[in-house]
Design a binder for this molecule. Structure first.
Ligand SMILES: [Zn+2]
Length: 158
């Protein structure tokens, strides 16, 4: 799955979730992409590579209960199985991630690294780690992706 940073003609920036880069190109060509803020369909991809959403500071303020135990900011990460038929919409994608991943919680970084190095069998997992560790994982070439804050999402799904 690809998380792309997109921008509309009015310079609103937002994230788009796609099964692949081709899916983004295809949806763009068919005029299916529009800005969630203003509906503008003049969407372009920002040049910056898909990056972790590091607004963890704000998230910590909003949801202190999720982080008090660990004593630091935590970001939700997922590692979907390769080839998952994930659809473009965020909620569909998130449902798939939730349905097809094992929640390993705070062990995410260790498990993701172990899989990356072939120490344990590959499987789809999700969990939490600090923004710093998440960046380390990405720099190490571990194929992780950020997930939206799950408590808010669960409400949406119900
Ligand atoms: Zn816009």
């Amino acid at each position: 799955m690809k998380v792309l940073n997109l921008q509309c003609g009015h310079e609103h920036t937002f994230e788009g979730w796609f099964a692949s880069e081709d899916e983004y190109t295809s949806q763009l060509a068919r005029g299916l992409l529009s800005c969630p803020l203003c509906g503008d369909t003049r969407i372009r991809k920002l040049l910056s590579a898909p990056r972790l959403n590091l607004r963890a500071g704000r998230e910590v303020e909003a949801m202190p209960d999720r982080t008090s135990a660990a004593g630091g900011g935590r970001v939700e990460l997922g590692m979907p199985a390769a080839g998952s038929a994930l659809q473009a919409s965020l909620l569909q994608a998130m449902r798939a991630v939730l349905a097809n991943t094992e929640d390993v919680g705070e062990r995410f970084a260790d498990q993701a690294r172990a899989m990356h190095h072939g120490d344990i069998e590959q499987r789809a997992i999700r969990g939490r780690t600090s923004p710093e560790v998440a960046l380390e994982l990405i720099e190490e070439g571990v194929d992780v992706l950020p997930l939206p804050a799950l408590p808010a999402l669960k409400e949406t799904l119900q």
